[in-house]
Design a protein around this ligand. Sequence first.
Ligand SMILES: Nc1ncnc2c1ncn2[C@@H]1O[C@H](COP(=O)(O)OP(=O)(O)O)[C@@H](O)[C@H]1O
Ligand SMILES: O=P(O)(O)OC[C@H]1O[C@](O)(COP(=O)(O)O)[C@@H](O)[C@@H]1O
Ligand SMILES: [Mg+2]
Length: 460
Amino acid sequence: MLTESPLPIRHPTPSWRRYLAPKILRQVYEGTPVTEDFAEGYPSDEEWHGYINNNDRVLLKVIHYSSPTSAGAECIDPNCTWVEQWVHRAGPREKIYFKPEEVKAAIVTCGGLCPGLNDVIRQIVITLEIYGVKNIVGIPFGYRGFSDKGLAEMPLSRKVVQNIHLSGGSLLGVSRGGPSVSDIVSSMEERGINMLFVLGGNGTHAGANAIHDECRKRKLKVAVVGVPKTIDNDILLMDKTFGFDTAVEEAQRAINSAYIEAHSAYHGIGVVKLMGRSSGFIAMQSSLASGQVDICLIPEVPFNLHGPHGVLRHLKYLIETKGSAVVCVAEGAGQNLVEKTNATDASGNIVLGDIGVRIQQETKKYFKEIGIPADVKYIDPTYMIRACRANASDGILCTVLGQNAVHGAFAGYSGITVGICNTHYVYFPIPEVISHPREVDPNSRMWHRCLTSTGQPDFI
Ligand SMILES: Nc1ncnc2c1ncn2[C@@H]1O[C@H](COP(=O)(O)OP(=O)(O)O)[C@@H](O)[C@H]1O
Ligand SMILES: O=P(O)(O)OC[C@H]1O[C@](O)(COP(=O)(O)O)[C@@H](O)[C@@H]1O
Ligand SMILES: [Mg+2]
């Protein structure tokens, strides 16, 4: 069960407790000009009810299952007893724990690209400025920017970030690998950074948590706050992560192209490989959304290519009955069917074998062997999807996550990450969300909806 995060830097320093908070936070939420003074003194809580109370809680589970046999039931005991699991509600607090003029805030983006990175950077900078922070920097090219002497900090301001959300990528650049946690924290000490915003996936968050621990060990009053960036949507407990919606939307274009190619060719077969190292969310949602996919293959569900129940036999059936077929495969699917690369990237992630290419080759070979002509086309839109700018729904998600990251740091939280849970914005303790990647449940209703939509059988 989740409990309160430790809030290790929450020192009850009286002079900080009311430091400009009501005035500043009104400006954030009501758009009052930064220069305005309250002639009557700061408004009291009675007058304005825009703050989040530290004891506000968001429940992790909102369904009380009456029976373990209810669809999707997650009961911890045979009686389905209700157990309250909760996390802190995100948002501005009345009491803040940093004097804005003493803050040096840094933002770093790590791992692979993801639509929305620039939107989050922009919103963090804008919100920091509204709090009154003047010293804001970007660390170039991920954690590597902390150690590489040739890479200078990038000063950030509203002016610099004003239009960056109009393009994809990261203004700051990204990278994998990099220096040790101890070197990162030493570099932060040297630079005087006391607020660190870390945008990245599971690996980045493992790093952020280790940075948080190291800061505590060195008794540094530093807030380390994460914003989960994973196009694969593979972080636990969250409704979704930013970039995922955009990825699903962009994937439609690839699937549609594969469909048109397949449909226009004599015995056409289109194969599309989508992202998802260990989780098939993009492939599943894109297949569901497009309605053009006949076979969806994800890492969580094993399948055979050959044999009486294999994918290839079903493709033959589809060609005979429909004349064309579209396959959507997640990059991490069927890794038992491809040659292991035995390689890892700079972050230690396993480099996967190419299941898309494998399916294309085996399909061609199979149809040749059975003497049926087939025109197989393969599309891998990975980098085209990753480099997109965020769509409207991700843009809004990024905006709220960016603002809440800053509120969390000013509220004195560290070792947390922001997210959306049951439609509410919350702070999660980092270790709870990265203990393992979130995966598609093959028994879930959503996966079954996908199977209903594609009409595919089991391939085992
Ligand atoms: N267990 C870990 N502890 C500390 N840093 C890590 C850890 N795993 C990954 N990192 C660092 O986090 C960064 C991003 O990791 P990576 O796996 O490439 O991307 P992502 O964060 O998207 O999963 C890299 O710089 C990597 O060195
Ligand atoms: O070629 P790169 O940059 O290593 O990235 C490829 C990988 O990036 C991803 O898009 C996701 O990367 P993250 O680790 O940043 O989440 C994977 O789906 C893909 O395997
Ligand atoms: Mg990762």
